[in-house]
Ligand binder design. Structure first.
Ligand code: URA
Length: 234
């Protein structure tokens, strides 16, 4: 791929704008030598205004989603893309969230521009578990553990029962729920089905991956080791 197209695809500008960046000498190698549009493409060696470029396509990143942001591009309110550099919206291939978290849910959200990877993560056969910490409005009785584990719980307007899920009681109104599938508003609907109400929800883990020390509202790209960790954790 030509350098101009490569840099434009990363969202830094239209091809015309990137051509101007070359003419203005803003695109250099690591030693500060000006690059030309027909130089060979060596992503890691390129600097724009002295800064390395964003990761190339094949990007997988984690975001610590705060409450108050939606995963939809179309929402008129705050969206998770507002937490990323604005040029990330202009990338080609397009960056999308891997599944969704509700506006009122915080925690681990993955984004990728790799369609195959996205499908691998959400495909039922990958069996990537998701772990949620839920704070409830009512005291837990204890029988929810067996109900969620039964594999027979039917949610309203669903045609098949939920897969068995593990519920660990952490306090009178706090529990950790591990799911092996992802249905619409699943956690909130599960607790509603047993007569409770989720007051706060936080996703702690997907497969073998957690947020670690990443603060709310921050993101970072994942390396090959972390991708392997994602699929290693089941
Ligand atoms: N289940 C929910 O109810 N909401 C989420 O955001 C994720 C899972």
């Amino acid at each position: 791929m030509k350098l101009v197209k490569h840099i434009a695809n990363l969202g830094y500008g239209s091809r015309k704008e990137v051509q101007w960046m070359f003419r203005e000498g803003r695109i250099t190698d690591a030693a500060g030598e000006v690059l030309y549009a027909d130089d060979p493409l060596d992503h890691d060696a390129i600097r724009l205004d002295g800064e390395p470029l964003d990761p190339p396509s094949g990007l997988l990143l984690m975001l610590h989603k705060p409450v108050g942001y939606t995963c939809s591009m179309k929402d008129p309110g705050r969206i998770v893309f507002d937490l990323l550099p604005p040029r990330f919206r202009l990338r080609s291939p397009v960056l999308s969230t891997v599944g969704r978290l509700d506006r009122d849910t915080s925690g681990l959200l993955l984004l990728t521009d790799d369609g195959q990877l996205l499908h691998r993560i959400i495909a039922p056969k990958s069996k990537l578990s998701k772990v949620y910490l839920a704070t409830l409005a009512e005291d837990l009785r204890g029988d929810e553990v067996a109900t969620f584990a039964s594999g027979t719980l039917m949610l309203d307007e669903e045609k098949t029962p939920l897969l068995p899920a593990e519920l660990a009681l952490l306090g009178p109104r706090q529990a950790r729920l591990t799911l092996h599938e992802g249905r619409y508003h699943q956690v909130r609907r599960m607790f509603a089905a047993v007569g409770n109400h989720v007051q706060a929800l936080h996703r702690e883990r997907i497969g073998g991956l957690t947020l670690g020390e990443l603060p709310a509202g921050e993101w970072r790209a994942l390396d090959a080791g972390e991708r392997a960790q994602l699929f290693a954790g089941g």
